[in-house]
Design a protein around this ligand. Sequence first.
Ligand code: FES
Ligand code: FES
Length: 164
Amino acid sequence: MAEKMHLKLTVNGKPVEALAEPRELLIHVLRERLEITGPHIGCETSHCGACTVDMDGRSVKSCTVLAAQAQGAQITTIEGIGTPDALHVLQEMFREHHGLQCGFCTPGMITRAWRLLQENPDPTEEEVRFGMSGNLCRCTGYQNIVKAILAAAAELNAAKEAAQ
Ligand code: FES
Ligand code: FES
């Protein structure tokens, strides 16, 4: 067995530490060592996006990031975006526009959409579809996911204007 490394990360704003083999995948470190189970494991081959988290300001598929690459990183998972008592507007819009069915892809979808709306706060439908193209959903046919993200962008922009 390979020697374990002492991993120090910031996850959802909190410093955390774990012992992990350098070759372990970030998704396994999050789910099994840190018990952060919002990000899901789908394909483990970088195709589905169920494991999407935010790492140092970029969306990453955490099944393609090694523990060694995540040393010192700032990670945000779905748990850091909203809570059951204080949903993020993206979560509210996914609920309102039926952007989910089984929900398996949803943590990754919302985590990716959260970064997408920071990269491009006023996207067109085409830009949403392109920006979300790394996240697959087996249930919804995507229409309502796109609607939900556009609605969230409109809400966030209206709130920003109202605050000015
Ligand atoms: Fe990582 Fe599918 S589990 S992309
Ligand atoms: Fe089932 Fe997307 S809601 S996979």
